[in-house]
Design a protein around this ligand. Structure first.
Ligand code: FAD
Ligand code: MLT
Ligand code: ZN
Length: 472
């Protein structure tokens, strides 16, 4: 039975210590507002457990009292998945205090880490042990492993190392009943029935609270080469991708597309960020090669491949970084895109994927339909083109007020998502459904697939206390 907030806060305080329970709008407000400031919820309270046993006791109390739980990591979700609704009845369970690295095994090449560990801290710990944890995204200074797992995060190295799902060997999860599932196995081969960990990866907190994980480590690259390359069109970007893959094999670890509009926006809004090329071109690719062999001549390899690409007319121009500082400068163009977009004004964000080969026709088809519906519309398209994943963002025409354009967001979504579906794609490649795409997905997944997801949800969370209002 529901419990009043004072009694609940007292009981939570007994579990985690009173200092780790926040109540009242001023304290809980930041935990109830998303990164882009699009969703303004109201939390019943915020609780910050410090151990798995505490998470388990908190969830058990919620199960007994029918209290809805919103698991939260770094709160960098771009689809409103990590914040409570406006009812004031949902408890935010924030994992940020659980940030320990429990074990690092350089022979098994695994790390056992708690859910609240910030991604950048894990990358640093791996590097200190002469290993690589490859997940890399612009929010890495604040997003946390539990959030990365629960969104099956992607980022800029998926091309070589895969999504978060591909980097996981084991999980520890507190189930909606409060029971603890210890699946912290560090095995690369285990065929003993259903692979349960995959249910929780990408579940956006709707099936349980992840408290720890065993993740894969890789040899640390000793040499990298980074380049910013101008191309005439998305089609040429794909020709460049094929060319570099043929020349450089799996040394290619990142291949990111940025249109002219993206370069203009990021250089206009972000102080110190500039293109190394003499002008803005129709499209640009930021690409990186990594090699575990320090003297492998990776820069020479890249320079050779790019010279050949220019000679063949596949690329228009290229700048190859000659120092780490220059490489960081090139990455700044890409990593500041999300923040620059916020500064540019409100846009309709998309996070789609299509088969890599269909990217050019998708970009053209969606643009033509948007232009028909909103003459003068601005498409701000960038992303992980090497994975077929585009952030196909749309800003209103100059002739239209931002409010008027945003009021027609559903129409914009429909055009982009229908084009995505027609090209065999997915409406969410990495950010997840959250609140933003929860209704939209019903149009694109079959009723049977939706029903299978609901059956899984009911089996694990029969009382529907885990992150209600998200995904399903
Ligand atoms: P949160 O936002 O706190 O939560 C995300 C979801 O996970 C919510 O549904 C939440 O309920 C659930 N959750 C969190 N912790 C747990 C847990 N322990 N157990 C169960 N459920 C949990 N995403 C990409 O994939 N690729 C990118 O390149 C990328 N770039 C980004 C750049 C910027 C600037 C920003 C702001 C975001 C970006 N994102 C990207 C989106 C976001 O950062 C990722 O989805 C990230 O993985 C979320 O981690 P988080 O800790 O912030 O999770
Ligand atoms: C990115 O690739 O930079 C992110 O997924 C964030 C975004 O879409 O803005
Ligand atoms: Zn992305």
């Amino acid at each position: 039975m529901p419990m009043d907030v004072v009694t609940l806060a007292q009981q939570l305080g007994r579990i985690v210590g009173p200092a780790n329970v926040l109540t009242g709008g001023a304290e809980t407000g930041p935990f109830a507002t998303d990164w882009r400031k699009r969703y303004f919820g109201r939390a019943l309270a915020v609780v910050k457990p410090g151990t798995t046993a505490e998470v388990s006791a908190v969830v058990r109390l919620c199960a007994e009292t029918g209290t809805a739980i919103v698991p939260q990591g770094g709160n960098t979700s771009l689809c409103g998945a990590a914040t409570p609704d406006a009812s004031g009845t949902q408890l935010v369970v924030n994992l940020s205090r659980m940030r320990r690295i429990r074990a690092l095994d350089t022979v098994n090449n695994t790390v056992t880490v708690e859910a609240g560990c910030v991604l950048a801290s894990l990358q640093a710990a791996a590097a200190e042990a002469e290993r690589l944890f490859p997940l890399s995204l612009a929010a890495e200074g604040s997003c946390e492993i539990g959030g990365n797992l629960s969104t099956n995060a992607g980022g800029v190295q998926v091309l070589r190392y895969g999504n978060m799902r591909d980097l996981v060997l084991g999980l520890e999860v507190v189930l909606p009943s409060g029971e603890l599932w210890d699946g912290l196995r560090g095995l690369r081969k285990d065929n003993t029935g259903y692979d349960l960990k995959h249910l929780f990866i990408g579940a956006e907190g709707t099936l349980g609270v992840i408290t720890a994980a065993v993740l894969k480590l890789f040899p640390k690259p000793r040499a990298q080469a980074t380049a910013f390359v101008a191309v005439a069109s998305p089609r040429d970007a794909l020709a460049l991708l094929t060319h570099v893959q043929e020349r450089c094999g799996d040394r290619l670890t990142a291949f990111e597309l940025m249109s002219a509009a993206c370069v203009e926006i990021v250089t206009r809004h972000m102080p110190g960020v500039q293109t190394p090329l003499d002008r803005v071109h129709p499209e640009h690719v930021l690409l990186e090669l990594s090699d575990t062999h320090a003297a492998g001549g990776v820069r020479e390899l890249l320079e050779g491949a790019l010279a050949e690409a220019i000679e063949r007319g596949v690329a228009l121009d290229a700048a190859v970084a000659t120092s780490e500082a220059q490489a960081r400068g090139l990455w700044a163009l890409r990593e500041n895109m999300t923040e620059a977009q916020v500064r540019e004004g409100r846009q309709v964000k998309h996070d789609v994927s299509v088969p890599i080969s269909r990217i050019p026709e998708f970009i053209d088809a969606a643009r033509a339909e948007l232009e028909r519906a909103f003459p003068g519309v601005r498409v701000i398209c960038f992303g992980h083109v090497g994975d077929g994943n585009l952030h196909y963002n749309v800003a209103g025409p100059a002739s239209m007020s931002e409010d008027a354009f945003m009021a027609r967001m559903a129409e914009v979504n429909r055009i982009v998502h229908d084009a995505t579906a027609r090209h065999g794609g997915s409406i969410s490649a990495e950010h997840g459904l959250g609140v933003y795409k929860r209704a939209e997905i019903l149009r694109y997944k079959s009723p049977l697939e939706m029903e299978l997801m609901r059956r899984i949800k009911r089996a694990l969370d029969p009382h529907g206390i885990m992150n209600p209002g998200k995904v399903l």
